[in-house]
Ligand binder design. Structure first.
Ligand code: SAM
Length: 324
């Protein structure tokens, strides 16, 4: 019997974890789409695809306010002048003379999200399926496979994707993404990006990520793989990047590990002395076979994101790489 999940990404859309994940995803795909060869993209945990930031779910938790929306408000830096290919957003009102130019990867992230809000404002937040589809536009030979197990989210995702009239480019599969990936590897064109972004609601998700990655590298060692994970005080969460590092090193594949922390993970107290849980203080992405340009791009971007999203002095970021 299918297990029903209570996790709904709509509560979390646009939070600091999405800022990290989607900034990295966009930077990776910008690099991979520079070549004309057909690209296969697999999103093993796709979610509903599009979210309303003014909807009930998002407003209940208000997580975008501490993520994407805060980044927009806090950024007081001029756009990088090198990004001539990107659609322009007018940041002039908030520019501070002498301030550091906004990192290209962060600028690209904000521009892409803004392109879903053509009527102005920031009501819509695209999830990974729509971000990926946006970046594959005009590349007719590419294929995007979206796995989403939750019946409601899969239905919403299907309806959202249907509006794109993307034809054969995008397929929604209401299947287990950990298992479902297997049958598509290796892809005929031998070029693929796999995004693995589980909710980790089940403790077993951590082990399933490692098992999926071990199997995928056996089938297709040269694919680019990106795993998101929460940084929370739980042994499985702590061990996951270490296990992925060991796996990449054992297989002789290059890797990149990036983290973004916005606040302390310690319990706090409110004015009445009640214990306040910190929520999600940090998260990370682990990539195998990352683009060689990614490290430099992320160092500037995540430094600026950590400053803009900081909730206390524990804000931090890290970008580490390992070569074969
Ligand atoms: N990747 C999305 C994005 O960036 O917009 C967010 C995905 S959300 C963190 C995780 C999703 O995975 C949820 O919608 C959940 O219903 C779904 N899910 C949970 N377990 C799954 C599984 N085994 N296979 C496929 N989807 C699953």
């Amino acid at each position: 019997m299918m297990r029903m999940f209570s996790y709904r990404h709509a509560f979390h859309a646009g939070n600091h974890a999405d800022v990290l994940k989607h900034t990295v995803l966009i930077a990776v795909l910008r690099h991979m789409t520079q070549k004309d060869t057909a690209l296969n993209v697999f999103d093993t945990h796709a979610g509903a695809g599009l979210y309303r930031l003014d909807g009930d779910y998002a407003q209940t938790s208000g997580e975008a306010a501490d993520g994407y929306l805060r980044l927009i408000q806090q950024q007081n830096v001029p756009v990088a002048q090198t990004d001539t290919a990107l659609p322009a957003i007018n940041y002039a009102a908030t520019n501070t003379p002498g301030s550091q130019p906004m990192a290209a990867a962060l600028h690209d992230y904000l521009d892409l999200i803004a392109s879903f809000n053509t009527g102005g404002g920031h009501k819509v937040y695209p999830g990974s399926p729509f971000i990926i589809q946006h970046l594959l536009q005009g590349r007719d030979r590419d294929r995007l496979k979206l796995f989403e197990l939750h019946p409601t989210d899969a239905k919403t995702l299907r309806a959202n994707i249907a509006q794109l009239e993307a034809g054969r480019l995008v397929t929604v599969l209401q299947e287990d993404g950990f298992d479902g990936l297997k049958k598509f590897l290796p892809p005929p064109s031998r070029r693929a990006l796999v995004l693995c972004d589980p909710s980790y609601e089940l403790k077993t998700d951590y082990a399933r990520v490692t098992a999926m990655m071990t199997d995928a590298l056996q089938r297709f060692a040269t694919g680019t793989y990106m795993v998101w994970y929460p940084i929370i005080p739980r042994p499985e969460a702590h061990d996951l990047p270490r296990k992925l590092k060991t796996l990449a090193n054992r297989e002789g594949r290059p890797w990149l590990h990036a983290t973004l922390t916005i606040k302390s993970s310690k319990l706090g107290h409110d004015d009445t002395g009640e214990v306040v849980r910190p929520g999600l203080p940090a998260s990370g992405v682990f990539l195998i076979n990352p683009p060689h340009t990614l490290k430099a791009a992320l160092i500037t971007a995540l430094g600026q994101a950590a400053e803009a999203l900081a909730q206390d002095k524990n804000k931090a970021f890290e970008v580490q790489t390992g070569d074969r």
